[in-house]
Design a binder for this molecule. Structure first.
Ligand SMILES: Nc1ncnc2c1ncn2[C@@H]1O[C@H](COP(=O)(O)OP(=O)(O)OP(=O)(O)O)[C@@H](O)[C@H]1O
Ligand SMILES: [Mg+2]
Length: 259
């Protein structure tokens, strides 16, 4: 089941540097939320706190709460490995394991976790995940060829297949289309709209049209100045953000005016 995300008063640090200050957001299940804002305002940093990938970075820590269906991800006894299985992530640059076959890339999450499964079950997982990522028809005859032999757009869909293979409930995507041509970008956007029927999705994008096309709600992050923490300035229905935002900073950003 897709999960709801509630972040309450989150501060995100790299050692002593406060990168994101006092962010609160409520994300409903089975919706797409877009994070937008200028470079360095903390979009990627904040995204990584939603599956505890931030603390993997030396000095990375948070205070505040991130709740998944009401359960604090940072609570005592919560296993971060479990969190990352429930909240999957797709990165800006497609990062399939290059020498690993397409097949093995899809099931990499099970191999890393040491989960033993029979061949038939794995075959099913591979087909279901590749179908889910809209890649099955293109690769079903070459599952044993290396992941690196796919186009950029196909590699990104392979990474999405790998992320959904372990049946997460939330999918985080950090600029998943920034390295893709317009056709592959539209393919990923169509896919996001399909995946929304099963997952709660959060996507970081610099592409305003993309945010407007794929998301239900948009969060605008901004930076008061160099060295200042990023802040979540406005969060609302995407149609509202792009037609009639409440904050002047949001309006300036979406209309391309800065400073
Ligand atoms: N590993 C790190 N160690 C220290 N500071 C970091 C680290 N990663 C990011 N930062 C700092 O945190 C702030 C937010 O960075 P972040 O990458 O989250 O921004 P962003 O909004 O994703 O930018 P972009 O749009 O360019 O991807 C920046 O000041 C950045 O320099
Ligand atoms: Mg970023």
């Amino acid at each position: 089941m897709a999960k709801r995300i509630d972040v309450e008063s989150l501060n995100v640090y790299y050692s002593d540097f406060l990168a994101v200050q006092d962010a609160s957001i409520k994300i409903a299940p089975l919706t797409v939320t877009a994070f937008i804002g200028p470079s360095g305002c903390g979009k990627s940093t904040f995204l990584r706190t939603l599956n505890r990938m931030h603390e993997v970075i030396p000095g990375g820590r948070v205070d505040g709460k991130v709740m998944l269906d009401g359960e604090d991800l940072y609570g005592p006894g919560v296993d971060p490995v479990n969190v990352r299985r429930t909240v999957g992530m797709v990165f800006q640059k497609a990062n399939p394991f290059p020498t690993m076959s397409i097949y093995d890339n899809v099931i990499a999450g099970y191999k890393i976790a040491g989960t033993r499964k029979g061949r038939n079950e794995l075959d099913d997982i591979v087909e279901r995940s590749l179908r889910g990522a809209n890649l099955w028809e293109e690769v079903k005859h070459r599952l044993n060829r290396p992941g690196a032999g796919l186009s950029g757009g196909q590699q990104q869909r392979l990474c999405i297949a790998r992320a959904i293979a372990v049946e997460p409930q939330v999918l985080l995507m950090d600029e998943p289309c920034s390295a893709l041509d317009p056709i592959s970008t539209l393919a990923i956007e169509d896919l996001i709209s399909e995946l929304k029927t099963r997952y709660t999705i959060v996507i970081v994008t610099h592409n305003m049209q993309q945010a407007a096309r794929v998301s239900d709600r948009t969060a605008f992050f901004n930076l008061a100045g160099v060295g200042q923490p990023g802040r979540l300035v406005e969060y609302d229905e995407t149609t509202k953000i792009f037609s009639n935002p409440s904050e002047k900073a949001t309006e300036d950003y979406i209309s391309g005016r800065f400073g």
